[in-house]
Structure formats: C-alpha cells, structure tokens
Ligand binder design. Structure first.
Ligand code: PGA
Length: 252
C-alpha cells in the first residue's frame, strides 16, 4: 500500500515569522490525520523557523530546490548538506518554474536527483507538459523524455524513496485543474513507464502526486483515483485552513 503524500510548495511566499504562525494554526487542524504523509516546503530561508515551530514530528519538511555541487563558489545557491543540516527529508526538483524561469535542463535535474539520493534526501521530481504539447498529442512523449533525462543512470534500488509529481504546466497556478480522468491517465502512463524501465516492484511502490490548482473542493476526487497518491499544492497551501482542508478532505 502506498501511503499518500501531500506536500505544500510555498514557492517564494511566507517569511520565516509568517511560517511560525502558519505552523501553529495548521498543526491543530491536522492533528487527527494519521494515514497521510504531510510535507511543508518553505523557501530556503524559512525552513529553520518552520522546523522549529513544528511540534508534530510526523509533519516533514522539504526544500524547493538545491544545487548539485557540494560546496564552493556558487553565489546564491543552497547545498544539500545545508538543507540536511536544517532537518529536511525531501527536496522538490525540476519544478516547471525552475525549468522555464531558470532554464533547468533534464541534465541538471538528473545531477540534482543523483546528488539528493547520494546524500539521503528524498526527491520529489516534477514533470509535466505544456498546453501546446497536450493539444498536439505530445503529453506522453514529453513526460517520458523528462523521466528518461532526469532519472538517467539510476537504478531501482537507488530510486526507492523517489516521489514523482505530475504537474501539467497549464494547470499550475491557473485555477484550471486536470480532470481526475486526465490526471489518472497520465499517472497510469508514468507508472507503466517506471515499470518498463525499473521493474514492477518500483513502479508499484512509487508515489505519484498530482499538482496543478489542487483545492479543497477538487482534492478528494483527484486522490480517489487509483494511481494518484497525493498532491503537490502551491497557491492553496499558503493558507493553513485551505491546506488542512485538502488533507482532511482527501483522507476522510
Ligand atoms: P498551484 O501550484 O497549486 O498553485 O497550481 C502547484 C505547484 O506549482 O506545485
């Protein structure tokens, strides 16, 4: 059985002190939740205050990005060692905003995935197609080439903690969600791809989150689908009551 994983991607929102207030309110709202893994991914500078404010050890933290070099002259970057030192368990990699606004290639993402695994951090690897790609029937080709490139030279054993987030780019921050059927089709395809490449055991155990305008009122329907194992939530994770509602609606 795959334990669902619901993660908040706060992006460049929520300051360190706002994070403390968020955590106080949020923890009370999700204290009954036990069958879902919850992850908060603050900006790098708010990880420490988030972590310190958390009382419930079952709520995990993650970073939104890292650089693949260990240390050195890389102004403005954050290393895995730094993120680990703050107590993060997860790291989001290859988010579409990183791919489009910061020109991250599959090759760079592959280096980051490898480094994260080496250092014991669990990658949440984001993939997903643009609207034009979907409209021209290229969704599966795009998703498989992102998977191929980002997971190059890795094997099933090293990928046991991998989480994949399928996020159609046209649904991110737009208010337009993929229908549960569209999302399920893509998730099923991803699982089949994993099975073909790494074997059915890894494919069956890998959690695949859906991301793109997840809200309290569409979360349950999405997560009821057999291949959707959680969500990566942007906008609706910025308010404790709405992020908590996404979790409680999809788990009760
Ligand atoms: P959204 O963002 O929920 O605001 O669409 C999701 C994401 O970018 O991970």
């Amino acid at each position: 059985m795959r334990v669902p994983i619901i993660a908040a991607n706060w992006k460049m929102n929520i300051t360190p002190s706002q994070a403390v207030n968020f955590v106080k309110e949020f923890e009370t709202l999700v204290r009954q939740v036990s069958n879902t893994e919850i992850v908060l991914c603050p900006s790098a500078c708010a990880i420490e205050s988030t972590k310190r404010a958390l009382q419930n050890p079952a709520i995990k933290t993650g970073a939104q990005n890292i650089y693949f070099e260990e240390k050195g002259a890389f102004t403005g970057e954050t290393s895995l060692e730094m993120i680990k030192d703050l107590g993060c368990e997860y790291v989001i990699l290859g988010h579409s905003e990183r791919r489009t606004l910061f020109a991250e290639s599959n090759e760079m993402i592959n280096k980051k995935v490898k480094k994260s695994i080496q250092q014991g951090l669990k990658p949440i690897l984001c993939i997903g197609e643009l609207l034009t790609e979907r409209e021209s029937g290229k969704t599966e080709a795009v998703v498989s080439s992102q998977l191929e490139g980002s997971l190059k030279d890795l094997d099933a054993a090293s990928l046991k903690d991998l989480v994949i987030a399928y996020e159609p780019v046209w649904a991110i921050g737009t208010g337009v969600t993929a229908s549960p059927e569209q999302a399920e089709d893509a998730h099923r395809f991803i699982r089949e791809w994993l099975s073909g490449k790494f074997g059915s055991e890894l494919a069956e155990s890998t959690r695949i989150q859906y991301g793109g305008s997840v809200k309290p009122d569409n979360a349950r329907e999405l997560m009821n689908k057999p291949n959707i194992d959680g969500a990566l939530v942007g906008g609706a994770s910025l308010v404790p009551s709405s992020f908590a509602a996404i979790i409680t609606h999809s788990t009760n």
